[in-house]
Ligand binder design. Structure first.
Ligand code: ZN
Length: 203
């Protein structure tokens, strides 16, 4: 499976990063070893001193598709989860300055916590999914899919021009504003609506 992550998909986050709002989706990838299953702690890596959380709605692809038209994109997923796109912000900044790829800042081991549970799209209003993240039980991020610059169907259509999407692939759809650092001892909890989707301890 592969993990595709969308950058700058909420204008308030683009603003906080001093980034321009893109005219087409921007994506990068993580590897399968980035996945961090619930119940496992996140071990703060020694190559970074500035790991940031980015809480994101995650789409799980349920069938193979290539060059998927936007109007058919809804047929390629049936469940929505929640995850974190952990980012080594210090390394990312260096990569950006040097014009290098972001993998070392984004695709490291354990950098993609994911909820165990996925919610069937049938019970969700896809263009109005509220989600949030708390750090040590304090609210740090709130988002809603209605504020996405590119919606889920546009993302699937865009990505599938470049690569076949397969069953089990995950799309992290971008983070809203409010990203920030974690330190050892922190605890992060993610919610869709009122429902707790995951809890991650930083060790
Ligand atoms: Zn992200």
């Amino acid at each position: 499976m592969k993990i595709i992550c969308i950058g700058r998909n909420y204008s308030e986050h683009a603003k906080e990063m001093n980034s321009e709002v893109p005219d087409v989706p921007m994506f990068f990838m993580k590897s399968d070893v980035s996945i961090l299953r619930p119940g496992n702690p996140f071990f703060y890596p020694n190559f970074s001193k500035d790991i940031h959380y980015e809480c994101e709605i995650v789409v799980k692809i349920n069938r193979v598709g290539k060059n998927i038209a936007e109007k058919f994109a809804h047929k390629y997923y049936s469940e929505i989860g929640l995850g974190i796109d952990f980012t080594a912000r210090d390394l990312q900044k260096k990569c950006k300055e040097m014009g290098h790829p972001w993998e070392i800042a984004k695709s490291f081991e354990g950098s993609a916590p994911i909820s165990n549970e996925f919610i069937p799209t049938a019970v969700l209003d896809l263009h109005n999914i509220a989600f949030s993240l708390t750090k040590n039980n304090k609210l740090v991020q709130t988002g809603n899919t209605k504020d996405m610059i590119f919606n889920i169907h546009q993302l699937i259509a865009y990505i599938s021009q470049f690569m076949t999407l397969k069953k089990g692939d995950l799309i992290y759809t971008g983070t809203p504003a409010g990203v920030g650092p974690v330190i050892i001892g922190d605890s992060l909890k993610g919610y869709i609506g009122e429902k707790e989707m995951f809890s991650v301890k930083i060790k």
